[in-house]
Design a protein around this ligand. Structure first.
Ligand SMILES: Cc1cc2nc3c(=O)[nH]c(=O)nc-3n(C[C@H](O)[C@H](O)[C@H](O)COP(=O)(O)OP(=O)(O)OC[C@H]3O[C@@H](n4cnc5c(N)ncnc54)[C@H](O)[C@@H]3O)c2cc1C
Length: 387
């Protein structure tokens, strides 16, 4: 049996960033990952809007400076359009910051984090590897891998994504509410410059976002009912481009497809308990959120940051797997996670609501917010600071 202080299962963005944030500690870490990341040729269609607070986290763990700046785009402004003339606009300039966030490819971050993990002195990588059996003892979590190897540690962290094997093996409940929608992603070149503006349209058929990439390129996320998403995926490229351009009010002129469309089923997932004796969950293993607010991995990075901060501050005699210690992590993350899930879910419901009178009201709400600089700035500052 190999002994560690901490075993992390899942070397995606949340798990790998947690491991790296602990690189200067005395903790001996095992990182178990089944499928190491790889960068696709060309542009990755999975791109994320990373908040300034998480840029700071990636800077603090030494990852940000190694990312290729030619492959990331700052968001200088945001335009949110309702389905009946409502409009809400934010700009970095008005908010007094240099950018509202950054758009980055998922694989760009994942590969960089993975390379750092490989070089980390206090970390042993088990990859490709996956867990087969989990047992909790009074003083340790004991994890058997599918090749028969046995690892033990005071604390086990499940960072293995929304279908987390660890969460299920530990018996932690996840309450899933499928949205009946898919998040359709694809990259395009644009006829007109995007000027680093991120656009979002609340439409009858879902929510469409245009996210700026370097040059005249954008990435889209179109959260739309399953049948519509499947239908869009089957369209020939030319027709698909026309549909996406039209849905975005032809704002950026003619679109040309750079990467084929891919669709991801969406669900709200609440996990009432994200810790147990000798166990903690981070990232999508512990919460699922609709992508319309672009907060999934932003919450995951904050989980990693908070848990790493607490672990790094422990004394050698402290038991990091004790539930009382882990409850502090759960309490620290619960409010923000619930707030983001509830707000995002509520916004989605508001714009899916069909009853008469709601449509003008919700659009009026956008216009009203837009005309109140104080409220608007408070909103954007909260989003910048909290995440
Ligand atoms: C369409 C769409 C758009 C999105 N846009 C945004 C956005 O703009 N901004 C944002 O913040 N978030 C966004 N998200 C959410 C984001 O994708 C997730 O929050 C993020 O990928 C979660 O990272 P994670 O590391 O927690 O989990 P994952 O990325 O799922 O990583 C889990 C890791 O664990 C490994 N693993 C899984 N099971 C095992 C096992 N049994 N054994 C060993 N290893 C295992 C996997 O190989 C993987 O590497 C979006 C999501 C969707 C669907």
């Amino acid at each position: 049996m190999q002994q560690f202080d901490l075993i992390i299962v899942g070397g995606g963005l949340a798990g790998a960033s947690l491991a790296i944030a602990l690189r200067d500690t005395r903790l001996r870490i095992a990182l178990v990952e089944n499928q190491p990341p790889c960068a696709p040729e060309g542009w990755d269609a999975r791109v994320y809007a990373i908040s300034p607070a998480n840029v700071e986290f990636l800077e603090a763990i030494g990852t940000w400076k190694h990312l290729d700046s030619g492959r990331m785009a700052p968001i200088r402004a945001m335009q949110i359009c309702g389905d009946a003339g409502g409009k809400l606009e934010f700009s970095a300039f008005d908010t007094g910051v240099s950018e509202l966030g950054w758009i980055l490819e998922s694989s760009l971050m994942a590969c960089e984090l993975w390379e750092s993990a490989k070089r980390q002195g206090n970390l042993t990588l088990f990859s490709p590897a996956r867990p087969a059996k989990l047992e909790f003892r009074d003083d340790a979590a004991v994890l058997q891998l599918s090749d028969g190897m046995v690892l033990s540690a005071k604390l086990l962290v499940g960072a293995d994504g929304r279908d987390s094997w660890i969460r299920q093996a530990a018996g932690l409940v996840a309450v899933n509410t499928p949205y009946g929608e898919k998040g359709l992603v694809a990259n395009f070149s644009t006829g007109k410059p995007h000027r680093n503006v991120a656009y979002q349209w609340f439409r009858d058929d879902g929510v469409l976002a245009y996210l700026p990439l370097p040059g005249n390129r954008i990435s889209i996320v179109w959260s739309t009912p399953d049948a519509h998403a499947d239908q869009l995926c089957l369209l020939p490229p030319d027709q698909f481009c026309d549909r996406v351009a039209e849905a975005g009010a032809n704002t950026l002129g003619r679109l040309e497809l750079l990467t084929p469309a891919a669709a991801f089923p969406l669900r709200l997932m609440r996990v009432p308990q994200t810790v147990a004796p000798r166990l903690a969950l981070v990232g999508d293993a512990g919460h699922g959120i609709h992508p319309l607010s672009g907060h999934g991995i932003n919450l995951g990075f904050q989980d990693a940051m908070v848990l790493a901060g607490q672990l790094a501050a422990t004394q050698p005699w402290q038991d990091i797997g004790q539930e009382r210690f882990l409850q502090r992590y759960q309490r620290a993350r619960r409010e923000e996670t619930m707030l983001m899930q509830t707000t995002t879910d509520g916004l989605r419901r508001l714009f899916r609501e069909d009853s008469p009178g709601v449509r003008p009201l919700r659009n009026l709400g956008l216009n009203l917010t837009n005309s109140l600089p104080f409220v608007k700035n408070a909103l954007v500052r909260y989003a910048l600071g909290a995440l």
